[in-house]
Design a protein around this ligand. Sequence first.
Ligand code: FAS
Ligand code: PHB
Length: 390
Amino acid sequence: MRTQVGIIGGGPAGLLLSQILHRNGVESVVLERRSREYVLGRIRAGVLEWGSVEVLRNAGVGERLDREGRIHDGSRIAWAGRRQLFIDTRKYAGRPMVAYGQTQITEDLYAARDAMGGGVIDEAEEVTPHGVDTGAPWLTWRKDDREHRVDCDFIAGCDGFHGVSRQVIPPTVLSTREKVYPFGWLGILSRTPPLDDIVYAAHDRGFALASQRSPALSRYYVQCSLDDRLESWPDERFWEELKARFPGEIAERIVTGPSIEKSIAPLRSFVAEPMRHERLFLAGDAAHIVPPTGAKGLNLAISDVHYLSRALIEFYATGSARYLDEYSDTALGRVWGAARFSWWLTMLLHRFPGQTAFDRRMQEAELDYIASSEHARRVMCEQYAGLPFE
Ligand code: FAS
Ligand code: PHB
């Protein structure tokens, strides 16, 4: 086989890159190690920046998003019994947020790939990049008890945090920075009507979040210990703890019901540099992880793909490698901005083991300051809304 861009990973980053390239005359093949059912069974992100909505629309996968996505002028923060803080992104950043699940985005991308006859190979085992430091790289994989190979011009590593592509960059070239948080998020999905708004809660018992996937599907999270196991969180305990962390007037509006999905996600900040090595380009979680507090993970994957697809399209259209050469610095500029905001909001809203009363009071004083200062709210909103791509 031969193609122009070999893409490792069929999550949002890999599928979106393949979709945009195909619509602009650039061939690619996506190699995904899991089955499509497995990929679509993962419940992850739920909030899109307006910039991400525009990228998805331009990629031809905005129709259901426009029909089912829920537009929000911002999100709320409730803490310490005080008046709620509204992160008014429409007022202060001129852009709304859109609640639309990563699962739906991935479904839409798979459907678009199928409709265009895009090359997505599922259950590709042992995908291995070769020759990335030559002008003629290639990928090999195993499927149906046979070894396969595709020769390409470039390889896009869209294989997530635990993928293979980042490992190809020599240790003398790759530098990583990481912070692991001393807690996780226990998330559930329930067939219950969600709250109107997306609401974060900073409480002495811990962080909580009320979000949504549709008018009949709710997504909730509570901060939990890294030692917690799902079996120690029956639904009854989850709902009781979730309500205890929200102010009464919000808690009483939470409609409970059986969980249809329940999972614990660890929280970390991680950035790998550079995001390019020779003919290999990293995009999405393969290059960076942010704590989900700021709803930036998926949005960063989309902005990486915006930059990388633009670079590849220009190269094949004009021969210019300008955007390819600038890709890593351009993407990392936005990545570090979002990584800082996600770290800052995580430090502000969570309870930390061993935290002193003074530390807690500093968190509340910062929230009080944001609530009292239009300037502080503007700063917070422009980052939550997502910094411009250019
Ligand atoms: P992904 O990890 O989604 O996709 C990578 C794909 O590559 C996967 O399908 C994987 O099977 C495949 N792959 C891996 N290794 C491979 C190999 N060797 N060969 C072939 N294929 C391989 N973000 C938010 O904004 N809000 C959230 O609430 C949120 N919650 C999250 C919860 C969890 C548990 C996790 C892990 C992430 C969460 N995220 C959240 C972040 C998440 O949404 C990511 O940012 C998003 O999935 C990034 O997409 P990709 O870069 O495509 O990576
Ligand atoms: C979600 O809906 O899963 C979600 C919303 C906002 C966040 C994180 C996750 O900050």
